[in-house]
Design a binder for this molecule. Structure first.
Ligand code: DP6
Length: 360
């Protein structure tokens, strides 16, 4: 370390969120966050829904601290502690010649961190904020501490912060392989295709409500696993086949197959939520009206133009087959759900898909 001098070393990174088209819902191990099925997602454009995180280390810091959207939060939770421990244990020597800083591998155990993280979208409103958040935390810490492992290994660490976070370490379409090992080392994310592979797709998010959801994903999926007779059938019989078909649809850019699988999987995920005791309602009347609207349109065209999917909240993620369809879709949404109509649809976010990138 630099002798008797005060110094701060910082790294900033930006990570987009991802939206699952084959959903993860249910864990077989709560503390390691190991899922009961594979899942597939698409990573969004960081200019619309992303987390920016700055991590700093200094000999002057007396303990690890973190601020989320400007407010200090506790790092005592197991998920943060697991990520910090895993990253620290893989840290390497770091040297910044300009600042005259040298940090040896063994020093990292005694150095403390300050972490500041911002989401440019509503936190915990079913827009996968924890996915972008933990992926960005792990990625920026790995850069700061000169962790040599690739994104796939980092994904297994981000997974221990929030399951869906492991998929945000890559752009394009990403598969989270559930893995078989009890230690979770093979429960990792892999990129299926990069963001350029299917660049005609346009993703539009209709923000039905930016209020914080009543049932978190974590507790919702726990209740589902404990009480739903349908969820095991989904995990064992339905999803394995769908994952194969979805990979094929994505690789061959087969939009009709992609749309059919995406919509069916979203509907089955919400069916499993309804099958939970007590039932969990994430969608509302506006969400249902958006589904009807898209279904009618797809039927009238004879072939799907738009796919819809809803996570643990009422907001619609709509995937248009190309830009022309996206423009028509926006027109239709504005017609059926005009702003201030009382339909509670307050904004639309449009974006392409994109990659993880360094901002610092
Ligand atoms: C509906 O990853 O937020 O968005 O692992 O408990 O943190 P934890 O849950 P989380 O669940 C995401 C659920 C989902 C589907 C998905 O993203 O696959």
């Amino acid at each position: 370390m630099a002798e008797n001098k005060s110094w701060v070393l910082m790294v900033t990174a930006q990570t987009p969120t991802n939206i699952a088209v084959i959903k993860y819902w249910g864990k077989r191990d709560e503390s390691l966050i190991l899922p009961i099925n594979d899942s597939i997602s698409v990573t969004l454009d960081p200019s619309h829904l992303c987390t920016t995180t700055t991590v700093a280390v200094s000999p002057d810091f007396t303990h690890d601290r973190m601020w989320l959207n400007g407010k200090e939060i506790s790092l005592s939770g197991g998920r943060y502690q697991n990520c910090l421990r895993e990253i620290r244990s893989r840290a390497s020597d770091v040297e910044d010649e300009k600042k005259g800083i040298k940090i040896a591998k063994r020093d990292w155990e005694n150095l403390h961190l300050h972490i500041a993280s911002y989401n440019n979208f509503p936190t915990a409103a079913g827009l996968a904020s924890s996915a972008a958040g933990f992926a960005c935390l792990v990625y920026s810490l790995a850069k700061l501490m000169n962790v040599k492992e690739d994104n796939s290994h980092l994904s297994a660490i981000a997974r221990q912060g929030s399951g869906s976070a492991c998929r945000s370490l890559y752009g394009g379409f990403v598969k989270w392989i559930m893995g078989k090992d009890d230690n979770g080392n093979d429960s990792i994310a892999v990129q299926l295709v990069d963001e350029k592979h299917w660049d005609e797709l346009v993703i539009l998010i209709a923000v039905v409500s930016s209020r914080q959801k009543e049932t978190s994903s974590t507790s919702g999926m726990r209740e589902t696993v404990e009480t739903s007779p349908l969820v095991l059938h989904r995990a064992k019989e339905v999803v394995p086949k769908r994952v194969v078909e979805m990979e094929e649809a994505v690789k061959s850019r087969n939009f009709p197959a992609f749309a059919r699988l995406t919509c069916s999987d979203s509907n089955q995920f919400h069916a499993v939520c309804l099958d939970t005791s007590p039932p969990i309602f994430y969608m509302n009347d506006t969400s249902h009206r958006i589904i009807s609207c898209v279904e009618k349109w797809n039927r009238s065209e004879g072939t799907p133009q738009v796919a819809y999917t809803f996570d643990a909240g009422p907001n619609a993620v709509l995937i248009a087959r190309n830009r022309k369809v996206a423009a028509l879709l926006l027109q239709r949404l504005l017609f059926h759900f005009p702003p201030q109509s009382g339909a509670d649809l307050n904004s639309y976010i449009v974006g392409d898909k994109s990659v993880l990138m360094d901002a610092g």
